[in-house]
Design a protein around this ligand. Structure first.
Ligand SMILES: [Zn+2]
Length: 285
């Protein structure tokens, strides 16, 4: 499949051809890709085109081209496998695997099946939260006919939040369950962990403690900067709370290491919590 990166598009637009010729040439180049659609119309001597470049929407008005970034698009780098967004870490644009909209739909259904309603999907879940990958793919295929096992795998491997794991033909959510699961991760060994919250939340948490709202465990970050970053999904200027993990665990609070970035914890009483001054964070930019 032919795909174009920003550089190619801007180079093309900087060419000397008249807008109409440009559009035609561009259209021909796009036609070599399988899923590219290029629609253009002329009104009052101005050509307006809308190009659905594979997995990235591009709009042209007159001489100008606009495009939308789609953060959930799943692509594949020949060297590094599946990734999300514009380019792989190595800079490769990659081959598109799943568009933004479908990736979001698939993500929601997989999350629902593995965290909240395996029964509704007819799935058998082990006490540790594992579900057969073939069964899950089949169940999802009945809901979305375009979905399949390969797409489920691409979703898991490209997930920036490391939400799932696949092992020996089984799949599970690493955290975020509302169904009763008994996860078997190794105990946390870090003395401090962190949680990012908005201002109001932070005040309340420091008073009453950290409590999982609908999920079984609270998700903590392994560094204050990471917690701050997680907090930015909910508020522009998050506050970071430090958890005295060592003391809390000694007092019987169960904490488990899910990944390099994430530790899940039972509710943490307020005596183990303290605010981290923003000035202490090592934030870039
Ligand atoms: Zn790569």
């Amino acid at each position: 499949m032919t795909t174009f990166n920003d550089w190619e598009i801007s180079r093309f637009l900087r060419g000397t051809a008249a807008p109409r010729q440009k559009t035609t040439e561009f259209s021909e180049r796009l036609a070599t890709g399988r899923e590219n659609v290029w629609v253009w119309t002329c009104r009052q001597n101005v050509w307006t085109g809308t190009c659905y470049l594979a997995f990235r929407n591009i709009y042209q008005q007159g001489d100008l081209l606009f495009w939308q970034e789609e953060r959930n698009v799943i692509k594949r780098c020949p060297e590094h496998g599946y990734f999300r967004g514009e380019a792989c870490e190595c800079g490769a644009v990659g081959e598109a695997v799943l568009d933004d909209e479908r990736s979001e739909k698939l993500g929601r259904l997989v999350a629902g099946a593995l965290r909240h309603f395996p029964d509704d999907m007819g799935l058998e879940m082990s006490p540790r939260g594992w579900v057969d990958l073939d069964d899950l793919s089949e169940a999802i295929g009945t809901r979305y006919r375009w979905a399949n096992k390969r797409l489920v795998i691409s979703l898991v491997q490209s997930d920036p939040k490391e939400r799932y794991e696949i092992r020996e033909g089984k799949i599970r959510a690493k955290y975020g369950h509302s169904v009763d699961v008994d996860l078997d991760y190794p105990p946390n060994e870090l003395s401090s962990l962190y949680y990012g919250a908005n201002e109001e939340e932070a005040d309340r948490i420091l008073e009453v403690g950290l409590k999982a709202a609908t999920q079984r465990y609270v998700h903590l970050s392994t560094a204050p900067e990471k917690a701050w970053h997680v907090g930015t999904f909910r508020t522009k200027s998050p506050r970071v709370i430090r958890v005295d993990a060592e003391a809390a665990q000694r007092a019987g609070v169960k904490m488990m290491t899910v990944s390099e970035n994430i530790v899940i914890s039972e509710n943490v009483p307020p005596e183990y919590l303290s605010p981290v001054p923003l000035a202490d964070l090592n934030l870039e930019g």
